[in-house]
Ligand binder design. Structure first.
Ligand code: NAP
Length: 513
């Protein structure tokens, strides 16, 4: 059932239909890439190709199929506004259902015919004379397109921990994002490394299946109760029959999240105290032992790392077959893990719930823009873009989930949908004005980022903990330091005056990829 969002319907500035033979390459067939493709189709642009390195759509929801994988954003908000789903079976969607939703949506909008699977880009460069991007695939093929949209996701490349001896481990080694469904945890002695968002979901499932579970928690997370529930069929039918109710539910979840944003983002004492009080209550309710309470209580400001939601993490790590080690491993041997105090634990399998390499700190692949400018050089001091979407010196290249557009308190789609609209408007402007390329002005980008970094000073994220949000020098290049509604307003208009423009050479006709 398609329900065009009220916002889009009422938005007089939404991208208009354009008639163009401009060719566009979208890199990545996850939520963002597919959403971008739908946006282009709605604007009447069919000349696009989605380049996907895997063999199926779905991005993070294809890759993260570890037991317990779910979304910690409510289902009705973690879906496209223009393709709402009345049939979510739970308040918080689980991976199989979200993955099905993505595949179903891709099929419904006839996107599969636009996708080149198993196509991994290793290098790309802009040819200024042609006004086209060239890209080399891992197979050595060269592709070209006038416009490129990078939709590679914020967290798609798993990071394994740097622990001495990990490579010599003889048992089963798995990352949460590279789960082996054929491996049976039943009766095994399993170590889980990590206590972040992925760990708190996989650990309760590992605990149920394994004979013995050892959890390595180097830093505890702040955890809130998860207000999850099954959604009865009757309620689902109502959403299907009365789309207004579905809109209303989404609207309510959206604004509740916005209301809670300051408790997560702001470093003001009032917000921190209130939020920490709630999280500590959750600990006291689920953990009775004082020493254990201490071990799982973070010593950094709430919100500094991602706030997690779970009702079964604390029970799982206190179960009879579980042991919590409040530290990382010292060393890994062929069949055991050595603790920092010298104790050695025999194990059969290691689950690394150790997160991802973060591309908003570096280019997703080698990218060369105007005058051979390498994106990693341009991002020497951390990734920066204008509104998270365009990077000066890299014409006709747009980002979805680019620098400083990560959500801390709401659905990532609330950010990416605005970016898709903005990119749609940029492409429309190029087509209508017969432009070869547009490149955001450096002064515009710098002014925007000075503002972003200034606001970062008063956020929880820069209050003194270590997280994947920050670069090595402590700069937050990943999250947006404000409300989503405010970001939406910022992206509402595409202002041509903020871009350098290069008119098309009328004597040459662009060649399709
Ligand atoms: P993460 O938040 O980066 O957590 C990685 C964990 O591994 C941390 O606890 C970290 O400890 C630990 N670790 C890393 N190296 C270690 C070592 N050598 N020894 C011991 N521990 C080590 O990664 P994640 O849990 O995969 O989550 C990443 C992001 O993915 C989340 O922030 C979220 O945005 C997203 N995510 C979302 C959902 C969802 O429901 N929507 C679910 C899963 C993930 P330290 O904290 O001490 O570094």
């Amino acid at each position: 059932m398609a329900v065009t969002s009220l916002f889009t319907r009422l938005n007089p500035l939404a991208p208009k239909s354009v008639d163009t033979d401009m060719d566009i390459a979208i890199v990545g067939a996850g939520f963002s890439g597919l959403g971008m493709a739908i946006q282009l189709k709605e604007a009447g642009i069919e000349n696009f190709t989605i380049l996907e390195r895997a063999a199926e759509v779905g991005g993070t929801w294809r890759d993260n199929h570890y037991p317990g994988a779910a979304c910690d954003v409510a289902s009705h908000l973690y879906s496209y506004s223009f393709e709402q789903n009345p049939n979510w079976s739970r308040a918080f969607g689980q991976q199989p259902e979200i993955f099905d939703y993505i595949k179903r949506t891709a099929a419904k909008y006839d996107l599969y015919k636009h996708i080149r699977f198993n196509t991994s880009i290793v290098k790309s460069w802009f040819n200024e004379d042609e006004g086209r991007w060239h890209a080399q695939t891992a197979d050595g093929e060269e592709l070209t397109a006038q416009v490129v949209v990078s939709a590679v996701g914020a967290l798609s490349d798993p990071a394994y921990p740097k622990i001495p001896g990990l490579d010599d481990f003889q048992g089963k080694l798995m990352h949460t994002a590279q789960w082996d469904d054929d491996y049976d945890l039943g009766g095994k002695r399993v170590a889980v490394i990590g206590s972040g968002a992925s760990a708190i979901q996989v650990v309760p499932e590992v605990q149920k299946a394994a004979a013995q579970m050892t959890v390595f928690q180097r830093t505890p997370s702040w955890i809130m109760p998860k207000p999850d529930r099954p959604i009865p069929e009757k309620e689902q039918e109502e959403y299907a029959e009365r789309p207004f109710k579905l809109h209303k539910r989404r609207f309510r979840i959206y604004w509740m999240s916005e209301l809670f944003a300051p408790f997560i983002i702001s470093n003001k004492k009032f917000f921190k105290t209130q939020a920490e009080k709630m999280a500590k209550q959750h600990i006291r309710k689920q953990v009775k032992d004082r020493d254990f309470q201490k071990a799982v209580t973070p010593d950094y400001a709430i919100g500094c790392k991602r706030i997690l939601i779970s009702n079964d993490w604390y029970p799982a790590i206190q179960a009879d077959n579980a042991e919590l080690i409040a530290d990382g491993p010292a060393e890994i041997k062929a069949n055991s893990i050595v603790l920092k105090d010298g104790r050695e634990i025999e194990i059969d399998a290691i689950v690394c719930a150790t997160g991802f390499k973060v591309p908003s700190k570096a280019a997703p692949f080698q990218v060369q823009g105007l005058n051979g400018l390498d994106m990693n050089d341009a991002w020497d001091d951390g990734a920066e873009a204008y509104k998270g979407v365009a990077v000066s010196g890299f014409p006709n290249l747009f980002f979805l989930m680019g620098p400083n557009t990560g959500p801390s308190h709401t659905s990532v789609l609330a950010f990416t949908e605005m970016q898709m609209e903005y990119i749609g408007k940029a492409v429309g402007h190029m087509a209508r004005n017969n432009l070869k390329w547009i490149d955001v002005k450096k002064s515009v980008q710098d002014r925007f980022n000075r503002g972003i970094q200034k606001r970062m000073e008063n956020t929880s994220w820069t209050s003194g903990c270590n997280s994947w949000y920050l670069t090595d020098s402590g700069k937050n290049t990943t999250l947006y330091p404000g409300f989503n509604w405010e970001y939406r307003v910022r992206l509402w208009l595409f202002r041509p005056s903020e871009y350098h423009e290069q008119p098309a050479d009328k004597s040459k006709k662009n060649k399709a990829a």
